[in-house]
Design a protein around this ligand. Structure first.
Ligand SMILES: [Fe+2]
Length: 152
């Protein structure tokens, strides 16, 4: 499988739980890329992976927003607003994929990689020092619920 979007320490936010969720998102984008580029006729597969990307994005943003409320993050409103924009963008793309108006392209994949990379590098790197300072646990001691649901 071609790794279109690679994980690197450069994009770590320093909180394992969040990093693992970002890795899941990156892996969904990589699977979508491989389906779009190498199996362009298999629209059912592309639609299924795209649905997964939307669902996991919604879960991930909800988790982040919960953490912001729990820890009293002062930029909660602006980050939540940014999530709403990003969520809208991925839902709009998914609507076009599901209706057949869009079938996936290199341009779309480049957009999604940038969409996810910007979320991590710009938005998330802003909150992690605050959460760590407030005492959030940076690493896990035991296996997470994500792996149990998503099979990794
Ligand atoms: Fe995030």
């Amino acid at each position: 499988m071609t790794e279109f979007f690679s994980w690197s320490d450069e994009i770590s936010v320093g909180i394992q739980e969040i990093d693992e969720q970002h890795k899941q998102l990156i892996s969904i984008v990589n699977r979508l890329y491989n389906a779009v580029i190498y199996s362009p006729g298999q629209l059912d597969a592309i639609k299924a992976i795209m649905n997964e990307l939307v669902q996991y994005t919604i879960i991930h943003f909800a988790v982040e927003e919960s953490l912001f409320r729990i820890f009293g993050y002062p930029e909660y409103d602006s980050h939540k607003k940014r999530h709403e924009d990003l969520r809208r963008q991925v839902i709009d793309i998914n609507d076009k994929i599901q209706s057949g108006e869009e079938q996936g392209s290199l341009e779309l994949m480049t957009f999604l990689r940038k969409w996810l990379r910007n979320h991590i590098m710009i938005e998330d790197k802003r909150y992690s020092p605050f959460l760590i300072n407030q005492g959030i646990k940076e690493t896990w001691a035991s296996k997470s619920w994500i792996g149990r649901i998503w099979g990794s």
